[in-house]
Design a protein around this ligand. Structure first.
Ligand code: ADP
Length: 439
């Protein structure tokens, strides 16, 4: 900078002296200034030329502050280049890693625009990179189920969707959406054909076996009912055995029904669009059935239900879960015990709660009672007609509705079973239908 000052002072003094000699001070000073500006302009031209055409080479040797500026620019350029190299190395490593993944990965931008896809995306989804760059995914995969899933709360909250591959209809894919950044999403598709087929075989086997068992059981129970209803037909000592046989066939029929329900729940997609379930109506019918089941045990029932509170989901599944919890309370509460049923909403979502003052469950059993066939007292449960599948069904139904089961129990004091449902599936009676909400 000092150099520039000296230079300027030199030109000024020279022009002044020259002006005094020629007696033309103003003209000489102006001419000197113009020469100085032109010279500086030429230097800037050189800098511009270097930046435009030869920025890879070292900066030109220039005098004064312009040289310092060029070196600073050169330094910043070097740093920027290093960062870019580092970033592209990182990006390449990321792309190499995701390319070698066994799953298809597609990076989606705003409105489902494809920003990047790995090799497997071509095999599973028919998305070719880079040919399909900036295309909308829905234009390539025309599947309304996928479209709805991606725009639903369920899709955004990490649930999965089972879908036939658009490339090969024999291949079954499990689709997950992982939102990140602002509007970006990662679509991950996994080939689950063999798991799906195995599940399907297991489901078919249980369904077929259950159906095969159902018919002879119906016949047997029909005959037993006939014999039981006609006491004169059999010697009295056989009547007790017939009653016992009727109880056992009834238990087997319930077991078959529960097995079928469970197998359907296990293999169904986690994502269901869902209908509006009028829970208060559902609860009144469960309430009446529970009173019938209580019969001579004369339990005292309380039902407290928000008349406007409904949810989106499966009516059949929710009936199964709620009735299992209420009927369990009836079965595990002694005569004249109190059973309270509540259906309400608060800041955490909607809740279905059954409280009894029955036998209760010891703390060591609580974490396991939702396992299939796990019973605190196997013999007692059998005597009461339990199948050991009720709470497993409840757990699966809740998972389908994004809910959770919460159990509080004290031996000898009673139990509370509470189903917590997320806010997003709540619907209020007479609420205008919001098509963006789905279960
Ligand atoms: P079950 O058909 O035997 O009732 P569940 O899966 O419904 O099968 O329940 C599993 C076990 O949990 C039951 O056998 C019982 O020991 C216990 N249980 C369930 N509900 C209650 C309750 N309300 N009070 C006490 N124990 C319960």
């Amino acid at each position: 900078m000092r150099e520039d000052l000296w230079r300027f002072t030199g030109i000024f003094l020279f022009s002044l002296l020259f002006g005094l000699l020629l007696n033309q001070v103003t003209v000489c000073l102006t001419a000197g200034l113009i020469a100085f500006i032109i010279w500086n302009y030429r230097l800037l031209q050189q800098v511009h030329y270097w930046l435009q055409n030869k920025s890879d080479t070292n900066p030109p040797e220039l005098p004064g502050i312009i040289d310092a500026i060029c070196r600073e620019i050169d330094f910043l350029k070097g740093r920027h280049k290093q960062r870019t190299q580092k970033l592209s190395g990182f990006l390449k490593r990321f792309q190499d890693t995701t390319s070698s993944l066994p799953d298809a990965v597609v990076v989606l931008g705003e409105a489902g625009v494809i920003e990047w896809a790995n090799d497997k995306a071509k095999d599973y989804l028919g998305v070719c990179w880079p040919q399909d760059r900036r295309q909308r995914i829905f234009n390539l995969i025309r599947n309304p189920e996928l479209h709805n899933f991606m725009n639903s709360e369920q899709g955004r909250s990490g649930n999965w969707l089972h879908l036939e591959s658009p490339v090969n209809s024999r291949q079954i894919l499990e689709i997950r959406i992982v939102p990140y950044g602002g509007d970006q999403k990662l679509l991950v598709a996994r080939d689950i054909t063999s798991i799906y087929r195995n599940n399907q075989m297991r489901k078919d086997f249980i369904a077929n076996a259950s159906h095969e068992l159902r018919t002879p059981l119906t016949v047997i129970s029909g005959y037993l009912e006939g014999l039981d209803d006609e006491p004169g037909l059999l010697p009295p000592e056989l009547l007790a055995q017939i009653k016992q046989m009727r109880r056992q066939t009834g238990r087997m029929q319930r077991l078959i029904e529960d097995l079928l329900t469970l197998s359907e729940l296990e293999t169904a997609s986690q994502y269901t669009e869902g209908e509006t379930v009028w829970v208060p109506d559902l609860l009144s019918s469960i309430y009446q059935e529970a009173q019938g089941l209580s019969g001579l045990m004369e339990h005292i029932f309380y039902l407290e239900s928000d008349p406007d509170l409904c949810v989106r989901g499966s009516q059949r599944e929710l009936y199964s879960a709620f009735s299992n919890l209420v009927f369990n309370a009836v079965q595990h509460t002694p005569e004249h015990g109190i059973i309270k049923i509540r259906w309400y909403a608060d800041a955490d979502g909607a809740h279905f709660e059954v409280t009894d003052n029955g036998e209760g469950i010891a703390p060591e059993h609580v974490p396991r009672i939702t396992e299939r066939f796990y019973r605190v007292d196997r013999g007692r449960s059998r005597d009461k007609g339990g199948t050991g599948l009720g709470l497993a069904i409840v757990k699966h139904v809740l998972a389908h509705h994004g809910g959770k089961l919460h159990i509080d129990s004290f031996v000898g004091k009673g139990s509370t079973f509470r189903c917590d449902f997320p806010d997003r599936i709540i619907v209020y009676k007479n609420q205008p239908v919001d098509s963006s909400r789905s279960a």
